[in-house]
Design a protein around this ligand. Sequence first.
Ligand SMILES: *Cc1c(COP(=O)(O)O)cnc(C)c1O
Length: 352
Amino acid sequence: MNIINKVRKNILELTPYSSARSLNLNGILLDANENPYCNMGITENEIDINRYPDPFHTKMRKRLSEYLSIKPENIVFGAGSDELIDLIIRIFCEPGKDNIIIPKPTYGMYEVAAKINDISVNYFDLSKYFQISQENFYKSMDANSKILFLCSPNNPTGNLLEKESVINIIKSFDGIIVIDEAYIDFCNIEFSFINELNNFNNIILLRTFSKAWGLAGLRLGYALASKEIINILLNVKLPYNISALVSNLFFKVIDKEEIKRKNIDLIISERNRLYKELTKIKEVTKVYPTDANYILFQADRHIELFNYLIANGIVIRDRSSQIINSLRVSIGTIEENNTFLLNLRKFYETSN
Ligand SMILES: *Cc1c(COP(=O)(O)O)cnc(C)c1O
């Protein structure tokens, strides 16, 4: 696909902000109005916190490229994947004219980011098992549909999208397809679309350090895509979107595969336990299978239950605006999950 044809004209005509910092970082740096007296007494010696960070994330992209076995030119970092969602919409969609397509139900941020940018949203219903219905999708598409957002495993339903039907859609949609893989580490990595990057230059994968890596407070995510798309994202993003502190932490955690794996395994084992326990409760009328770190379920008197849990200091998510009678619970620690189950049982035992 010719990607350039899909990009907004004002973006193509943009002369990107050229960072004050030339590529040569050695020598006497008098180009960026920085303060040579560093750090305000902060003792994180390894960080030049008085200097602007590298706008091209060169070292980070190289390190992540080794981790993922993919080229650095196919990677861009964002301040969380939420930043990248906004950027992708701004690059491809003309405000007041173009639209994005999203399935129902899915992650809420695509719609919010579109509306902030005055981009309208076309919806299509997922099938009974929250898979893509080709027929529903085609009905939602029109001449101004620029981006399709998919999420696999899907939030809040927890299921993976079937690869074959996604590939069919990629082949037939004349636009950009974003596949959000925020939760991909909680399932078998084979289900990722990462290998499809070689086959299609119009797909963008989104990943994040907020979930499986346990670093939501860090604000770090990344997009994987063709070089054409990555270069446009690099031109349009704010030059210094990844701070020196975030970059420093990235290098500290990227080697800790064992800790990451251990946490994921524990979360998955708790997910399986919680799933089983929920299915035993009569008033929990449906528990949806999940490949993520949360479980969607339907329950009798779900609003009362939700409020009861809140009153007992347990916060879960009401998803009944998207799926009737439904609540979504994230997998916590063993103790947290036990307290959640205890209170849930208590609610139905005492309030009948
Ligand atoms: C949590 C989540 C994200 C993560 O966003 P960050 O900005 O990286 O924290 C992205 N997509 C989906 C579907 C999510 O649920």
